[in-house]
Design a protein around this ligand. Structure first.
Ligand SMILES: Cc1cc2nc3c(=O)[nH]c(=O)nc-3n(C[C@H](O)[C@H](O)[C@H](O)COP(=O)(O)OP(=O)(O)OC[C@H]3O[C@@H](n4cnc5c(N)ncnc54)[C@H](O)[C@@H]3O)c2cc1C
Length: 229
């Protein structure tokens, strides 16, 4: 690395540390009224449609009674950046959610986008931090050398660590989001998916406060769980 001092080295290493960002790209307009009107079709009870009170009453009732299919009439789409491939691998297991994920076959690190990794807090607070970041940097260096030497990106990527970030856009209906939040915001879920799903849950609690009313966010444990309603 030439004539650089130890602080410069750690500054250079820090540059590859990613932070997650979550953006709500779209959501069904008037989502909760759409759900209410769809649900009222079952009973042709449109004469009872009187939002916001009728919406709250009906949606809470269907959630209590398990008539959750009506929640499928509303959808949301999120863009998530700065999450690792550990996180995306867990997230894409949700089969009723539609993902579009950055491809390591086509996207070249250091060219189309900068290379970065997630640094778990348990490692950040130890003497392993600099070795972790050095090795990740070395992996990326070897990756770039191999790509320059005409090794296909789809093969050079094998050297990259699990912590490598990956951009992803996901779409799902509200029923599936409730399921995802239930299992992924649980205290026993892995911290990275838990943290990112908590950000999405916070957004959904603002955007569709009735559908997600029964999720209680616990700031101390940084988790959420369903409360009886
Ligand atoms: C804490 C935790 C630990 C985990 N550990 C592991 C692990 O060690 N190894 C591993 O492989 N995975 C693991 N997983 C992933 C887990 O097994 C599921 O693949 C993942 O959580 C997706 O959940 P799901 O299948 O319930 O939901 P989704 O795919 O999101 O589907 C939503 C719901 O739709 C219904 N559904 C979907 N598809 C079907 C179907 N084909 N048939 C019937 N009903 C269906 C179910 O009710 C399901 O709950 C873990 C998940 C969690 C939360």
């Amino acid at each position: 690395m030439g004539n650089v001092n130890i602080n410069q080295v750690s500054e250079m290493l820090e540059k590859i540390v990613a932070k997650p960002s979550v953006e709500l790209m779209s959501i069904t307009p008037n989502a909760e009224q759409v759900i209410e009107l769809a649900c009222r079709t079952c009973y042709l009870s449109f004469h009872r449609y009187d939002p916001p009170s009728s919406t709250e009453e009906l949606i809470k009732k269907v959630i209590r009674k398990g008539h959750h299919s009506v929640l499928e009439h509303a959808m949301a789409t999120f863009r998530i950046k700065g999450g690792s491939r550990v996180f995306t691998h867990e997230l894409v297991r949700h089969r009723l959610m539609s993902p579009s994920q950055e491809s390591q076959r086509y996207v070249e690190y250091g060219k189309v986008r900068n290379y970065d990794v997630v640094l778990p807090m348990t490692i950040e607070q130890t003497e392993f931090k600099s070795r972790y970041l050095e090795l990740a940097t070395e992996c990326e260096r070897l990756y770039s050398e191999m790509v320059k030497a005409d090794i296909p990106k789809e093969d050079a990527r094998y050297i990259l660590p699990n912590g490598t970030t990956s951009e992803i856009v996901i779409s799902a209906n509200f029923r599936e989001f409730r399921h995802i939040f239930q299992v992924r915001c649980h205290p026993r879920a892995h911290w990275e998916i838990r943290n990112i799903c908590l950000i999405m849950l916070e957004v959904m609690k603002k955007e569709a406060s009735i559908v997600f009313h029964d999720f209680h966010i616990d700031r101390e444990t940084n988790s959420a769980s369903l409360i009886e309603s």
